[in-house]
Design a protein. Structure first.
Length: 222
């Protein structure tokens, strides 16, 4: 990922993005099929991923159907990159102080997690499924795998493959108008914050968070 220093994240923001936006795109290469044509070896899945553990040793887990071609990558322990897509928003040039001298752009936050795949054993897969339910179910009448008939649950479990990504690198990019003037950053934050679109307002909130951190650091360095 092309990452200029001005758009770098911090560990706490990165961690929060990973947990707030769990639906990721995972990409890897299956060398067994790479000779067929230029694209034959590339496999991609879109899956929710659980992220847990301290920053230095993140635990990332997910599951797919065992008939999914991506399961071959799990079996081979392939290296993959998981892209977590944070909030994003269109920024019109009309927002800036000098709109006739500017062009539109896009503000966004993404996190790339790289590592090797490892297949989960049966016990770890069941724990993963239970953790998924605990993480995403809401309300008093929350679903749990224990609600299923054990025989039926076992049939379903045999149809999926659980995996962990043994993380070797985490990179986050926050392209949030940091390369603009303070006046333009404030104008963009205000415009997105007043938008009827929830996605725009989420970008504005993230802009406010990193701006507040920058101002705090500036004061400490005075």
């Amino acid at each position: 990922m092309y990452l200029q220093r001005v758009f770098e994240s911090t560990p706490d923001v990165t961690r929060d993005l990973l947990r707030a936006h769990p639906f990721a795109t995972v990409v890897g290469v299956s060398h067994a099929g790479a000779d067929a044509d230029a694209d034959a070896g590339v496999e991609m899945v879109h899956v929710p991923l659980l992220v847990d553990g301290p920053d230095a040793s993140l635990l990332v887990t997910g599951h797919i159907a065992n008939v999914n071609p991506f399961a071959r990558l799990v079996a081979s322990g392939a290296e993959v990159t998981a892209a977590f897509h944070g909030p994003d928003a269109y920024v019109s040039a009309t927002i800036y102080e000098g709109p006739v001298e500017q062009v539109p752009t896009w503000n966004y936050a993404v996190v790339h997690v790289r590592g090797r795949l490892r297949k989960l054993d049966d016990a770890a897969l069941v724990q993963h499924l239970e953790s998924m339910a605990e993480r995403f179910e809401r309300g008093a009448d929350r679903w749990h795998p224990d609600h299923l008939d054990p025989t039926f649950f076992e049939e379903l479990r045999r149809g999926i493959v659980g995996f962990a990504i043994e993380v070797t690198d985490v990179r986050a990019k926050l392209k949030l108008s940091q390369n603009r003037s303070p006046a333009d950053r404030n104008r963009v934050e205000a415009a997105l914050g007043a938008s009827p679109e929830a996605r725009d307002r989420e970008v504005a909130a993230l802009m406010h968070r990193i701006s507040a951190r920058a101002r705090s650091n500036d004061h400490r360095n005075e």
